[in-house]
Design a protein around this ligand. Structure first.
Ligand SMILES: C[S@@+](CC[C@H](N)C(=O)[O-])C[C@H]1O[C@@H](n2cnc3c(N)ncnc32)[C@H](O)[C@@H]1O
Length: 268
């Protein structure tokens, strides 16, 4: 099998980090609210099947609003992180502090992963675990190799496999006149690339159903990149807002979600 085929497919989704920064800034509050809601999360349990996280050095790439900075610190790991969005960074610090975690002890950088200089930071082969949960850095082969370069042992990565949301399907069809595909292929590409590079990825597929209650603004930010493949015009955004508004009840929209996520752990 040709690795380049999978790399090309994987990188189709790749976006310029500077261009996506605003998108993630806009979603920071939404991610912070998710972090605060205690949800069943099998990622840490999955990882503990491979290593005891106590006192381990862990690097979280694309840490968002800090959900896993906290969960990893709770396990006794010494956590560092890299995050593109300054808003996410602020919410992550707030979230950790609210949970009694000393963020000063964490080495956190507000910088795109692509710009991290492993040698300058002395990060080459440094971390017991390099961790990238649902991170767009996994859409680039160069960035994946860099995750591996920063690790001295383990690498964790996860991607969505199915992201089914009733409101997204309706809104997508409303705007684009065709069915939304909730299946994501990147997990399959990622697995194959790693395997063809000589790694042995351990895999778990986990899933669940949940309900979200979001404002029109939060849903606009959440759906804009999924509904439009190109940068939307002002007119497109108004259409999207109108379409979302059809589902509004008392200023909120209830979204029913069904998801499947692919978790991967492998060693160097
Ligand atoms: C879907 S969120 C996942 C957040 C968190 N890891 C989690 O699982 O809850 C993706 C995060 O990756 C960040 N991100 C996107 N591109 C990045 C890049 N090139 N370098 C570093 N972080 C990036 C985004 O700002 C966002 O916070």
């Amino acid at each position: 099998m040709d690795k380049n085929y999978f790399i090309e497919k994987l990188e189709q989704r790749q976006v310029d980090p500077q261009e996506s920064k605003g998108f993630w800034d806009n979603r920071a509050k939404e991610f912070y609210s998710f972090s605060k809601k205690s949800r069943k999360d099998s990622t840490i349990e999955f990882l503990k099947g491979f290593m005891d996280l106590k006192d381990k050095r862990v690097l979280d790439v694309g840490f968002g609003a800090g959900r896993y900075l906290k969960l990893l610190a709770d396990e006794g790991a010494k956590v560092s992180g890299v995050e593109l969005s300054s808003e996410m960074m602020e919410y992550a610090k707030k979230y950790c502090m609210e949970n009694g975690i000393d963020v000063e002890q964490m080495e956190l950088y507000n910088i795109p992963w692509e710009e991290v200089d492993l040698d300058r930071l002395n990060w080459r082969n440094k971390f017991d675990l390099v961790f990238a949960s649902m991170s767009p850095v996994l859409d680039s082969y160069e960035s994946i190799k860099k995750l591996i370069d920063a690790s001295k042992q383990g690498i964790f990565c996860s991607t969505h496999i199915v992201m089914d949301e009733d409101i997204l399907s309706k809104v997508y069809e409303d705007i684009n006149g065709k069915e939304y595909s909730s299946k994501k292929e990147s997990f399959w590409y990622l697995f194959n690339i790693l395997y063809l590079d000589g790694y042995y990825p351990n895999v778990r597929i986990e899933g669940g159903e949940s309900q979200l209650e979001l404002s029109i603004g939060e849903l606009l930010n959440r759906y804009v990149n999924r509904v439009f493949s190109d940068t939307p015009s002002e007119k497109d955004l108004i259409r999207l807002k109108e379409s979302i508004k059809k589902h509004e009840v008392d200023g909120k929209v209830i979204v029913n979600m069904k998801r499947k996520n692919g978790l991967i752990y492998f060693e160097k």
